[in-house]
Design a protein around this ligand. Sequence first.
Ligand SMILES: Nc1ncnc2c1ncn2[C@@H]1O[C@H](COP(=O)(O)OP(=O)(O)OP(=O)(O)O)[C@@H](O)[C@H]1O
Length: 298
Amino acid sequence: MTNIVEVTGLTKSYGKITAVDHVSFTMEPNKIYGLLGRNGAGKTTIMHMISVQQFATSGELKVFGEEPFENSRVLNQICFIKESQKYPDTFRVIDVIEVAKSLYPNWDDDYAHALVEDFRLPLKRKIKKLSRGMLSSVGIVVGLASRAPLTIFDEPYLGLDAVARVLFYDRLLEDYAEYPRTVILSTHLIDEVSRLLEHVMVIDQGKLILNEDADALRGRACTVSGLATAVDSFTRGREVLERTAIGAAASATLLGAPNERERKEAEALGLTFTPVSMQQLIIHLTRIPSAGKGTEGA
Ligand SMILES: Nc1ncnc2c1ncn2[C@@H]1O[C@H](COP(=O)(O)OP(=O)(O)OP(=O)(O)O)[C@@H](O)[C@H]1O
């Protein structure tokens, strides 16, 4: 099957600033990708280039197997939801829904209206009179109901409360199960979205430093805790990402999941293992300069 996105050596410079620096990757059909990274890492710029809202300075980009520039076959299949979407002043929620209906070939109007109710959006209210969270909900409704084969959510939930965020995650998973498509989700709330993600890409200072299957990533580290002397004895000779100690107790985050023998060894020392959250792991990995080396183009 054709890759949805194929990027080779993609670079975007603004004068002396290199926002995206020779990034190469592919995105497969029907997967949920997390595009993660710190502020200013280059995530939005990458998503803008994929959706042809910005041009690359150099490199190659194919979307749905084609050059995306002025290519309606490609552009019709992309829905981009950004944090601060602007709408005409006179627009009400219903107007946004109607325009979206005409834009996206796979639009499901019944689903859109069901989502409007779920998110408690007042259809007749002007967009400019909506609260910040309600405005984010409008974008989420459009993104989900578009059922676009490539749906991009760039930090879609500014101002959205926890209940609405969980609603978004649940609806996305349910609808994706029934109508698989490729979703790119860019967010800082890594732990919140980690259960949704099938593949994780981390951008740091314009470079792709991690490009990995989410399950493989989850198995890449664990934390071992107990008496500091026991922790140190167990971790000797192993790759420790971080060690913290309080009084006589310590915990160490280790690369790799423990095998049966290691579990027994730890148990004998009175140590316990806990999984490392995706957010912790990414923080650990992005702190180490050599962390993702060799992952580009995976
Ligand atoms: N129009 C522009 N002119 C100059 N520099 C820009 C422009 N747009 C983005 N940049 C710079 O490019 C870099 C990447 O920005 P980008 O918006 O892609 O980051 P991001 O990862 O999406 O960040 P955030 O998580 O904060 O939204 C930043 O250093 C930013 O200052």
